[in-house]
Design a binder for this molecule. Structure first.
Ligand code: SF4
Length: 380
């Protein structure tokens, strides 16, 4: 098999990460490149085409949900670091892909596998002069020096926790060690960012860091997932937690378990943004008696219905944190409101509209200059 055939196998089996996939306008369908080109949203919000692939789909571990688990019968492929680097750079130079998302199955343990990922990245950056976007996986059990090298080569690094804690990880991946193999490398990323100069990072800044959870595979509730998410955001500087709904895979120990509903994924993202961007704490999130979010209503609205319906906040007096708790008002709206009200007291829903806040969602939960805005809205 030539390298392009192996790359097609590796990349067509790469349902290992959430990504925004759709047809890439730069692809020549006759070349069948669509097997390995993905459109993705970068940390800065820009869309680019990525080669999203594995170095090998031959994995020695047997995680219970994973299509790549050892012993599962399917066609596997492997590329050596120099093969991967050269095939990527030829696709890049041909204008087919702009960036690389590189992961791997484990062969010879996390440390050896990480070495091969680093070698690929070194060839790309230092021999082939690739300056574009690189998202590099950190393998379970990687060493401190390897984590630091990855941070010196990549724009983003990520390590998938899969489960929110030790108990749940045993169900999904019984041979991974939650704290020592998974949390520890993420702690090192945070430590390096906090103690070493950012000029040491690629492009003179440290990469952003992300993780992924497999939602619903281990019987965990939303509260467990979000408690770990809160820790990662607050303590370890995580940029983004991804929630990937569990899908049963044939010929795995969890093949008979039901798939997770997409709505659960949506609610988890909403709640995680409340933690990351809106200052919500775990105690404020509206969980039911089983520790799950209500599926029918978004969590910010659920919270506001309980706490603000009878006690609306005065838009002219509220703190930034209080304003961020109001449905329909986000960080940009709060920033605009705080600037505007220093100059002029807000008197009507029109004043809110003028600074870019749509008052219809916020109306049941606020006062404007001492009056409920619902009457004003009904007149418009
Ligand atoms: S280590 Fe586990 S999750 Fe990762 S590729 Fe191997 S079987 Fe899949």
């Amino acid at each position: 098999m030539d390298t392009i055939d192996r790359l097609k196998i590796l990349s067509s089996q790469n349902d290992f990460e959430p990504a925004e996939d759709h047809r890439c306008p730069k692809i020549d369908p006759s070349k069948n490149y669509s097997a390995f080109v993905h459109n993705a949203i970068m940390p800065n919000g820009k869309k680019i085409t990525l080669l999203k692939t594995l170095l090998t789909s031959a994995c020695e571990r047997d995680c219970h949900y994973c299509p790549f688990r050892a012993g599962r019968n399917f066609r596997r492929a492997t590329l050596k670091p120099d093969e991967m680097a050269h095939i990527f750079i030829s696709l890049h130079r041909a204008g087919i892909v702009e960036g690389l998302f590189l992961s791997s199955g484990l062969i010879g343990g996390g440390i050896k596998t990480q070495d091969r990922l680093l070698e690929t990245s070194h060839i790309l950056r230092n021999k082939l002069g690739f300056k574009g976007y690189l998202h590099l996986k950190i393998m379970p059990g990687a060493e401190f020096a390897q984590v630091e090298q990855a941070m010196q080569l990549a724009d983003r690094v990520s390590l998938n926790l899969e489960a929110p804690n030790t108990k749940r990880l045993k169900i999904l991946a019984p041979h991974k060690v939650f704290v020592d193999e998974l949390i520890q490398p993420l702690k090192w990323v945070a430590e390096i960012c906090a103690t070493k100069p950012a000029q040491n990072g690629w492009n003179r800044r440290w990469p952003s860091v992300a993780t992924q959870f497999v939602v619903g595979g281990a019987g965990e509730n939303d509260s467990e997932l979000l408690a770990t998410t809160e820790y990662l955001y607050r303590e370890l500087g995580l940029k983004r937690a991804y929630y990937s709904p569990f899908r049963p895979v044939e010929d795995t120990p969890l093949e008979n378990q039901p798939a997770t509903m997409l709505q659960r994924e949506n609610r988890l993202y909403q709640a995680s943004y409340l933690i990351r961007d809106y200052g919500f704490t775990m105690e404020e999130l509206p969980f039911d008696e089983n520790g799950n979010l209500h599926q029918e209503t978004d969590p910010k609205l659920s919270w506001a219905k309980i706490f603000l319906t009878e006690n609306p906040i005065e838009i002219n007096e509220a703190s930034k944190g209080e304003l961020l708790h109001v449905p329909g008002i986000g960080p940009k709206g709060v920033a605009a409101l705080v600037i505007e009200r220093r100059k002029n007291r807000m008197k009507s829903v029109e004043d809110l509209r003028r600074i870019g806040i749509n008052p219809s969602r916020a109306a049941p939960f606020i006062m404007i200059d001492g009056r409920r805005p619902s009457q004003q809205l009904s007149l418009l």
